[in-house]
Design a binder for this molecule. Structure first.
Ligand SMILES: CC1=C(CCC(=O)O)c2cc3nc(cc4[nH]c(cc5[nH]c(cc1n2)c(C)c5CCC(=O)O)c(CCC(=O)O)c4C)C(CCC(=O)O)=C3C
Ligand SMILES: [Fe+2]
Length: 370
C-alpha cells in the first residue's frame, strides 16, 4: 500500500448485508411473504415456518446478532486504521438495502464496499443479494447516480472463517469424554439440486455450493484430527429444506442422518457444525438446537452443537482482512487472495451468468456484466 493511503481507499463506507428476520409477531408473515415472493410456496409451509418464529415471541435472533457484528466490525476496522462508517442493510427486513444506501448517501459516501453474512456461492447465497442490491439502487433513484457499489467475494475459502470454525470445533471435541468416538456432521442450508447444479462460474462447472462446503469440511476434519490425534469421520448434511416434495433438494437431512447413525454407531456422539451459517439465527436455533437435538435425544445419540463464528475475534479480524484485500484490489494492486482451502477462490467481481436466477433474468450489481 503506498504511503499515505488509507487502508480502505478507494472505499469510503462499508455496508454489512444480511438476510434479515422478524422482530415481533406481526412482522412474521410479512417477512415470510417477502422471502418467498414469486416462489409459489404454499401457505401451509409459511404457517409452519411461522410457528418457529412465534414460539420465540416472533423475534428472530438474526438482527440482534448483526447489530452486535456491526459494532465489532466498526471497532476492528478502527483498530486497523480504517476509519469509515459501517452501515447495515437486509434483503428481507428493516433496515432494507435501500435504507442502508440512503444512510450511505447521507454520510457522503461515493464508493461503498459490501460485505455479506453469507460466505458461499449459489443463487440464494450470492446472486440474490446482488439482485436485491441492484433493485435497492434503482429504488433510491437519481440520488444514487454515480455511487459505486462493490462487494467482497464469497469468502468460504478465507483464513478467518476457517480458523474460527476450527477453534470452535476443537473446543467442542475437547469437551467430550472421548473425542475419538465423535462423528462430525457439517450442516448447511439445503437448496434445490438445480440451484447447486448451476452454482459457480456459469461455464458448466456447477455444484460449487456443495463443493465449497465439502472442501471446508475436509480441511476442518483433517486439522481437528491432527490436533487431537484422532481419526473421527466428518460428513456434510443439510437442514431447512422447503419447496414441494416433488422437487429434489440436497440431502441427507440432518435428522435422517442422526437416526441412521444411531443404528450404525450406537451411542457415539454427533458434533454438529453449522458451517453454512455465520450466526445463530432461526435455522440454527430451531432446525438444529431444537429439532435435530430432539431427534438425537429420541434415538439416544449424544448431541453437541458447535457455536457459529459471529462473535469470534478470529472471524471478525478475518472480515477486516477481506475488506482490506478488496480495497487493495480496487486500487489496482497485485493481490494474492488469502486462502485457507485448496482450490478455487471466487473473484470479487462475479462472472456473467454465474449462480443464475433460474426463474427470471434480473439486473445484479457487482458483476462484470454491469
Ligand atoms: C442458501 C441459503 C441460505 C444461506 C445464505 C444466507 O445466509 O443468505 C439461507 C439463509 C437464511 N434463510 C432464512 C430464512 C428462510 N429461508 C427460506 C427459504 C429458502 N432459503 C433458501 C436458501 C438459503 N437460505 C432457499 C433456497 C429457500 C426456498 C425459497 C427461496 O428460494 O427463497 C424461508 C422461507 C420459508 C421456508 O421455505 O423455509 C425462510 C424463512 C434465514 C433467516 C433466519 C432467521 O430469521 O433467523 C437465513 C439467514
Ligand atoms: Fe433460507
Amino acid at each position: 500500500m503506498p504511503e499515505g493511503t488509507a487502508p480502505l481507499e478507494p472505499y469510503d463506507l462499508v455496508l454489512l448485508g444480511s438476510f434479515g428476520g422478524p422482530e415481533a409477531p406481526e412482522e412474521v408473515m410479512p417477512f415470510l411473504r417477502r422471502v418467498t415472493a414469486g416462489r409459489n410456496i404454499p401457505d401451509e409451509r409459511l404457517e409452519a415456518v411461522g410457528e418457529h418464529y412465534y414460539a420465540r415471541g416472533g423475534r428472530s435472533p438474526i438482527n440482534d446478532l448483526n447489530r452486535d457484528l456491526l459494532a465489532r466490525l466498526r471497532e476492528a476496522l478502527e483498530r486497523r486504521g480504517a476509519d469509515v462508517p459501517v452501515v447495515w442493510g437486509n434483503r428481507n427486513s428493516e433496515p432494507f438495502f435501500a435504507d442502508a444506501l440512503h444512510e450511505a448517501l447521507d454520510a457522503g459516501a461515493t464508493r461503498v464496499v459490501v460485505l455479506l453474512t453469507s460466505a458461499y456461492s449459489c443463487y440464494s447465497s450470492c446472486r440474490q443479494y446482488r439482485e436485491d442490491l441492484a433493485a435497492a439502487l434503482e429504488q433510491v433513484g437519481p440520488a444514487a447516480d454515480g455511487l459505486v457499489v462493490d462487494k467482497v467475494r464469497p469468502y468460504v475459502t478465507s483464513t478467518g472463517l476457517g480458523r474460527a470454525w476450527l477453534e470452535a470445533l476443537l473446543g467442542a471435541l475437547r469437551g467430550l469424554p472421548d473425542p475419538g468416538r465423535a462423528r462430525i456432521l457439517y450442516v448447511t442450508h439445503s437448496v434445490p439440486e438445480a440451484m447447486d447444479d448451476t452454482s459457480g462460474p456459469g461455464d458448466g462447472e456447477g455444484n460449487l455450493y456443495v463443493d465449497q462446503h465439502l472442501r471446508l469440511a475436509a480441511r476442518l476434519t483433517d486439522e481437528a484430527n491432527a490436533a487431537l490425534g484422532t481419526s473421527v469421520p466428518g460428513e456434510l448434511v443439510f437442514c431447512s429444506r422447503s419447496g414441494p416434495p416433488s422437487q429434489p433438494w440436497l440431502e441427507p437431512d440432518v435428522n435422517d442422518r442422526i437416526e441412521e447413525l444411531a443404528a450404525e454407531a450406537g451411542e457415539d456422539p454427533v458434533v454438529v457444525v453449522p458451517i453454512g451459517f455465520v450466526s445463530d439465527h432461526m435455522e440454527v436455533v430451531h432446525d438444529l438446537d431444537t429439532e435435530a437435538a430432539e431427534t438425537a435425544a429420541r434415538v439416544g445419540v449424544p448431541f453437541v452443537r458447535v457455536p457459529t463464528p459471529h462473535a469470534s475475534e478470529v472471524f471478525v479480524e478475518g472480515l477486516v482482512d477481506l475488506l482490506l484485500e478488496r480495497a487493495a484490489e480496487a486500487r489496482g494492486e497485485v493481490v494474492v487472495p488469502d486462502a485457507w482451502l485448496p482450490g478455487d477462490v471466487r473473484p470479487s467481481v462475479c462472472a456473467p451468468g454465474c449462480c443464475p436466477n433460474l426463474r427470471a433474468a434480473k439486473p445484479a450489481l457487482c458483476g462484470s456484466d454491469g
